[in-house]
Every structure is written in C-alpha cells, then in structure tokens.
Design a binder for this molecule. Structure first.
Ligand code: ASP
Length: 332
C-alpha cells in the first residue's frame, strides 16, 4: 500500500523567487516550482500538496497563520499518513513549538522543513531537505512535530535557528536528535512512541505575552513597562537563571505576581538551564514566585505560554502546566 503524504506550503525561501524590480526574495506559486523537481515523486509514496491562502515569508507569521495551517492538518488528518510543512526558517522553530502544544495526542508525523536557498536555484539545499522529509514522514516511525534540516531530524519544541548563513541552520541544544540521514536514515530511541488516543486540536492562542531579555543596566522602568503591558512574560535571565539582586527588581516581580501576571524565567544561554537557588542572584525570582522554565528554549517557552493562556484555565493551573512536561519540551 502506498503511503499518503500531504505537503503543506506556507511560504519561506524554499518557494521564493527574486522580485526583479526590488531584487529581494518573495514567495511564489509552489505548484509551478514543484514541477521543476520531478525527483520528489516516488513509487512508494502518494503525494498531494496544498498551499495556505497567502504564502508568506515566515517573519510575517502570527497565531492566525498557525491556526490556518493547523486546520489544514486537522481537516486532512484521517486521509494521510503524514504531513510535511514547508515553512520559512526564520520562525520555523516557533511554529513547530506552537504546533507541539496545539496538536495533542498526535500519532502521525508533522515534519517542518524549508531551505536556505530557493528550490529553483542551482545550489539549492531544498531538494534533499524536501525529499528526505517526505521519506521520514512516510516511514511511520515519527509520531510528533519535528523539524528536518541538513541531515538531522530535531524535536520541534527543542529546536532553535542558530545560523542564517550555513546550511546547518538549526540546533537542538538540550535534547538529542530524533533521526539522522546518511546513506541510511537512522531513527533514534528519543522518538515518541505511537499512542492510540484521538488527536485533539487546540486553536486558541493568546498574544498577550512578551519576552524580556535582561542585560546589564536595563532600566527598571523598562522592565515595569513591559510587564505591565501583557499578562504573561518570559524572562530571559543570565547564565543559570540569574538576575540583579536589586530589591526594587524583586519588588517589581512580586507586585506583578500579586497583580496576577504569569512570569517564567529561562536562561539566555543556548545550552544548559535556569536552576533554582544555585546562586544568590536567582533569589529575586524565587522570592517573588516566578516559575522556573529550566531548559526550555525561548521558542517553546513563549509558545507554551501563548497556548496555556489561550485555554480557559485559571492562573494556578497555567502555572502548574508551565512547569509540567506537556510534550517533551522541558526535561524532568
Ligand atoms: N525569510 C525566510 C523565511 O523565514 C528565510 C527562510 O525561509 O530561510 O521565510
């Protein structure tokens, strides 16, 4: 039996062409471009493709676009064995993280891929990424949201974009890769096991959030203004989750939490995690009751907060779930 895979084109460099007037890359009709890549067709795989209404550069993504793409997966879920989402690399790690929360009890592959050079260009990296992502989606071995790029399959909510120049654009700093493509595709034991529960799709996400990156000398009034402007805040602190011990900073955090703000602390470092109480400089967060986001990526932390604020949960439940491992996004 041929495996059925649905390709969902959302935009990104992979399907872009040069706008001759402006000399910039813009999204193009992917159907036409696909005809130029006959090698994606395989005897064993039946491939269909659809596009979002308006393919975009992923720097234009927002949660409405996520809902449109998630709905395409939901509406086609029973008719396909797996999904390959073609997406710009700039915000791919955010969308993949968001989808890991929006698609609960997923039992099929949802693999994001894209490229650093358009598919129509001679030196493109798109063909290998696309062909292998399709093969992995059809393998039946992947049952989660992941990113395939330059020979590696990453867990979606553990991935970050680290390079805008090299073909190796992504990294999974705190979680092992899920598969590696060489002569053979080697699947690792880090893959989620297939479950038997029915897919639940969550389409409510809140944008009432901010990411606050601390730096030495940041003004308290800046911190206050950002915290005041939203309901949920991810603070990127220093090293192992540390910040200034200035009592005014602690007071500001305590007051925000009394005002029912949800605040989570993660580290600015790519590798490692925010740790409770290792340094005195972690005390502002502990004293104020800020949640420790441990080794979550910024992408996973902010999209988890958007997802949880979008569900009709009370603050205590949001805080409980933020600390809990929902989809493999945080180490136990
Ligand atoms: N700006 C592009 C995008 O994210 C970059 C890419 O696809 O690599 O849509």
């Amino acid at each position: 039996m041929k495996k059925k895979i649905l390709l969902i084109y959302t935009g990104g460099t992979i399907g872009m062409v040069k706008d001759k007037k402006k000399n910039t890359l813009i999204p193009f009709n992917f159907d036409k471009l696909l005809k130029a890549v006959p090698e994606i067709n395989s005897e064993e795989i039946y491939l269909d493709n659809i596009s979002t209404k308006n393919p975009i550069d992923s720097s234009n993504m927002n949660s409405d676009n996520w809902i449109e793409i998630v709905s395409l997966i939901e509406n086609n879920y029973d008719s396909y064995d797996g999904f390959v989402v073609l997406h710009g690399t700039d915000t791919m790690a955010y969308t993949a993280s968001a989808f890991s929360f929006m698609l609960e009890d997923l039992n099929k592959a949802v693999i994001f891929t894209g490229s650093q050079i358009p598919i129509g260009a001679r030196r493109t990296d798109a063909k290998e990424n696309l062909i292998t992502a399709i093969e992995i989606a059809a393998s039946g071995k992947v049952n989660e949201v992941s990113i395939y790029f330059e020979d590696q399959l990453y867990k979606g909510n553990r991935t970050v974009k680290v390079n805008s120049e090299h073909f190796e654009a992504f990294e999974s700093p705190n979680y092992p890769i899920l598969a590696e493509a060489g002569v053979n595709i080697k699947y690792k034991s880090t893959l989620e096991k297939k479950g038997d529960q029915k897919l639940k799709v969550h389409k409510n996400c809140s944008n009432d959030v901010a990411i606050l990156k601390l730096f030495p000398g940041i003004k308290l009034s800046t911190i206050e203004a950002i915290i005041k402007s939203v309901k949920g805040i991810v603070i990127e602190s220093f090293g192992a989750g540390n910040a200034s011990t200035n009592p005014k900073f602690t007071q500001l955090l305590s007051q925000a939490i009394k005002d029912k703000k949800i605040i989570m602390n993660i580290s600015q470092c790519l590798h490692g995690e925010a740790v409770r109480g290792q340094y005195e400089t972690n005390e502002p967060f502990e004293k104020a009751g800020v949640i420790c986001g441990k080794d979550m990526t910024t992408e996973a932390a902010v999209t988890k907060l958007m997802f949880l604020l979008g569900q009709k949960l009370n603050s205590a439940e949001i805080k409980r779930q933020l600390q809990k491992n929902l989809r493999g996004e945080i180490s136990n």
